[in-house]
Design a protein around this ligand. Structure first.
Ligand SMILES: Nc1nc2c(ncn2[C@@H]2O[C@H](COP(=O)(O)OP(=O)(O)OP(=O)(O)O)[C@@H](O)[C@H]2O)c(=O)[nH]1
Length: 376
């Protein structure tokens, strides 16, 4: 699926940068990547080309101004932002979908996203997905100076500005996006920071992890360098799983480095496929599928709450054992409570790892309930 990515606000622009960096050289899935921010300094730190960067409104980061001000700036600026998109890439949308990336908890991203998503939905006949981070407890709760693993955050840890309203802002932004966004892919920053690690110190690693998962899901369709998938996951499959009713989505992922011949052409000029023991290939796929389904998700949830699920197993073609992939699909089918399951493979002739990307759509999450309680 070809995506147009629009990063809004500090987190949104950093995540857009990370997704751009994670795009596989042999398997592009991005048409354009834009960075929009009210803060000129933050914007200048992205590596997105100037033609695709845009500063708008006034700086909304004054914590006293609050989300209301951010929402107002979003409403006032939406035509300007659509103009910036069309100035950067022309009037028509080349992508199959838009992915708006945003950190919820502040004023700019969470304030602009609802108005911008609504405007994009009106203007284009393509789904508009939102990728939203949820704030960490320590940003809004002075008592929560411990990470989720129970270790005290180091005195030197840099958590950025305190945001006492972060939980309330995030919940309000999510409620406003409900019914507007085609789906909302959530990332729980609190669960991804390491013990004692500050948000500023850990955010680039969090963003890389998130971007790897996004790339694994959205770059799955089509052929790679002449290698044909046995079961292709195409744009309509991804759309079917994500849905168009603002489902909360979480992504799982597992990978394992595997032996390859080093060069696709061996010592001679003829293409050579390394010999892979069936049992090794099956075991690698079982391992990555288990991690994808039962390992850490971008937002923790019990898979049984998911209404729909997607499994993509990728890697060097010789490792993509058809039976093991079919078994992985059955494992996903029995893990989720709903009945909408799709599975496919993504051959990567030049890759050195086997991976499983898992999408759970329509999930219920305790973390969202915790943030709701903190917002009250
Ligand atoms: N995962 C992740 N979360 C981030 C990152 N930066 C900030 N956040 C989270 O995103 C929330 C919003 O932060 P920003 O994106 O900087 O805020 P903004 O949308 O620019 O809004 P204002 O700064 O209030 O104008 C914060 O409360 C953090 O929880 C990042 O790089 N990665």
């Amino acid at each position: 699926m070809q995506l147009e990515v629009i990063g809004v606000g500090g987190a949104g622009c950093r995540i857009a940068d990370a997704i751009r960096a994670a795009e596989p050289a042999d398997h592009s899935f991005l048409t354009d990547v834009f960075a929009f921010d009210t803060d000129a300094d933050d914007l200048a730190r992205t590596v997105i080309p100037e033609s695709h960067r845009f500063q708008y409104g006034e700086d909304a980061s004054d914590p006293d101004a609050g989300l209301e001000r951010g929402l107002a700036i979003g409403q006032e600026s939406v035509d300007e932002l659509l103009g910036a998109l069309e100035g950067g890439r022309g009037t028509s949308l080349a992508a199959d979908a838009v992915l708006l990336t945003v950190g919820l908890g502040g004023a700019t991203g969470g304030g602009t996203a609802p108005a911008l998503v609504a405007a994009l939905q009106r203007r284009y006949d393509a789904p508009v997905y939102v990728l939203a981070t949820l704030p960490a407890d320590r940003e809004f709760d002075a008592e929560a100076e411990t990470s989720s693993a129970g270790h005290r955050t180091s005195d030197h840890a840099d958590d950025g500005p305190p945001r006492p309203d972060a939980a309330a802002n995030a919940i309000e932004s999510l409620e406003r996006l409900d019914g507007l966004a085609s789906a909302i892919i959530a990332f729980d920053t609190d669960a991804w920071l390491r013990p004692g690690e500050g948000l500023v110190d850990g955010r680039d690693r969090c963003n890389r992890n998130l971007a790897t998962r996004v790339a694994a899901v959205f770059a799955s369709g089509g052929d790679s360098d002449g290698a044909v998938a046995q079961t292709v996951i195409d744009t309509s499959d991804v759309r079917r799983i994500l849905g168009d009713e603002s489902a909360i989505v979480t992504l799982g992922y597992g990978e394992q480095t595997v032996e390859t011949s080093g060069s696709r052409f061996g010592l001679g000029l003829l293409p050579s496929e390394p010999d892979v023991e069936t049992s090794e290939a099956v075991s690698a796929i079982e391992t990555v599928v288990r991690k994808g389904i039962r390992g850490k998700h971008t937002l923790e949830c019990d898979p049984v709450t998911a209404e729909r699920g997607l499994l993509i197993v990728g890697g060097p073609p010789a490792w993509l054992n058809r039976r093991a992939i079919a078994e992985g699909r059955r494992t996903l089918e029995s893990a989720i409570g709903g009945s909408g399951i799709l599975g496919g493979d993504a051959p990567r002739p030049d890759g050195d790892r086997v991976f499983a990307a898992v999408v759970f759509a329509g999930v219920k999450s305790d973390r969202l309930e915790e943030l709701r309680a903190a917002a009250d």
